[in-house]
Design a protein around this ligand. Sequence first.
Ligand code: ATP
Ligand code: MG
Length: 417
Amino acid sequence: MINIMKGTKDLLPQESYKWDMIEREIKEVARLFNLHKIATPTFEHTELFLRGVGDTTDIVNKEMYTFEDKGGRSVTLKPEGTAGVVRSYIENGLSQLPQPLKMYYETPVFRYERPQAGRLREHHQFGVEIYGADTPQQDVEVILIARTLFHRLGITAPELHINSIGCPTCRKSYNQALKAYFAAKQEELCPTCRERLQKNPLRILDCKEEKCAAIAADAPSVLDYLCADCAAHHEGVKNLLTKAGIPYSVDDRIVRGLDYYTKTVFEFVVDNIGAKSTVCGGGRYNNLVEQMGGKPCPAVGFGMGIERLVLTMTNVGASFGEVPSPDLFIANVGSADDAFLLTCALREQGVNAECDTMGRGLKAQMKLSDKLLSKFTVVIGETELKEGKAKVKRMSDGTEEEVSLSELANYINVKKG
Ligand code: ATP
Ligand code: MG
């Protein structure tokens, strides 16, 4: 027997309705906000992620699934959703479409991480990508998309944490300040952070090592180094969030694990019974399209982990909707073919009907109908077929009504509620 690979998960038939429910809500939110779906391949040239995600990030340095294909190309399984969308935007000339171009995706994501609760090597993300707009409204709309989905899924109190990490102009002076601060404490930093100090000191703020985090807690705040443009944008976002009645807190330690962010970054954190968990992370990346070879184009978006959504919904006791079940179970006494054909005919009339296909006796069929949580059950035998009518039993209270077989579909469609 060959087992599943570490850090991966099967989506089992008895659980998949939860994902279906989340996907339905994603589609509804996409409809409300006029987002169009984009899907890009699961694997791309490794170079795309080196350039797109940034070569000082953990994702690129430690976590990518990279291999050589049979043609000798270096290939990488998507470690995040944005780089592929940026490539597609440029390659397909999507800047010709009306801007802002508002897109969403659902994708598997692969990262070689240490597996633990809510941390997998293959997980799935719902993501939003909006290209062309550089206003605070666009940031707030993106935040609202995530918040609307949380609310629709019964996650009513996600904490919104925001920050601004500025642009390359303000980053220069901030990096200098960080370098000066951390250089004095170099000996106490982990080896990776000592390297980061040279290449990208901002990354130290994202280090998960306790001693590095403790040192980073007193590091200079990025908010003191924003240029006039970035500071105004940050104020604009805060003001609009307040006007829109969206509670938030500013956390100047948020830098996010990807190099491409500029200006706004944000996270939605949920108190997951005990541990706090980030369910959604996003922000603005105004230079990424240009950096990847396109014409300059501001962009903003987020990624949300579906597995963490399911975990969070379970922990807060949110509803996944009704467990799918047949509207009508058609049992038979010695007329399995007739029951089968009637079932097929009802399906053609839009009824979610089911019957036995394993030669069960009547008692076992009734048991099956119960297990499947059928809403109605009818027994078809010689008499029923001859008379063209049968007793339909409502399973919730056991009441029965005689219904003509030709009216069965209508009856179920009206009565199932
Ligand atoms: P974390 O800080 O938890 O590692 P991250 O900053 O790496 O998250 P992003 O790259 O922004 O996360 O991904 C967006 C979302 O995808 C996260 O908020 C989380 O819900 C989910 N996610 C990220 N990594 C994993 C993983 N290994 N397993 C499951 N879900 C994940
Ligand atoms: Mg991570």
